[in-house]
Design a protein around this ligand. Sequence first.
Ligand SMILES: Cc1cc2nc3c(=O)[nH]c(=O)nc-3n(C[C@H](O)[C@H](O)[C@H](O)COP(=O)(O)O)c2cc1C
Length: 132
Amino acid sequence: MNHTICYISKAKEGLTAIEIENIFATTQTKNNEAGIKGILLFGFGNFFQVLEGDKKVIDDLYLKKICDDNRHYDLLTIINYPIKYPIFSEYSSEFNIVKTNTQLDQVKAYLNQNKLHHLSKNIQRMLNPFLL
Ligand SMILES: Cc1cc2nc3c(=O)[nH]c(=O)nc-3n(C[C@H](O)[C@H](O)[C@H](O)COP(=O)(O)O)c2cc1C
């Protein structure tokens, strides 16, 4: 069954550019291998992630790995529910900002579909280009 989880979190104090790159590289490779769709963004010291895919796969990844990862904290789950089809066509991990028009359209569609207005200030700033 298709499912989506979306959360925001704070990057660990002093997380280096190399550590962030490693998170992005692992995430992109592993998620594409596992058939998980979505996006991971980093900006203003926060992560914003969308996961779309099989419920069990997404739940296990989120609860057993991502939530336990000490490279971020204060995870706030914004969305956790079933979906018919994924909005994202692959898994992409980008620093600060999305890179292609397709990604931009996908983030916009995801945000619109899920009416995300209760986001923190930093996340709002990070997502400003999409919320406009
Ligand atoms: C913000 C953040 C997002 C992450 N997202 C994913 C993800 O979507 N998929 C994934 O496989 N690992 C993700 N990770 C990394 C996992 O927590 C874990 O380190 C990685 O999957 C390696 O797990 P393993 O050592 O058990 O193979 C993320 C880590 C952080 C800090």
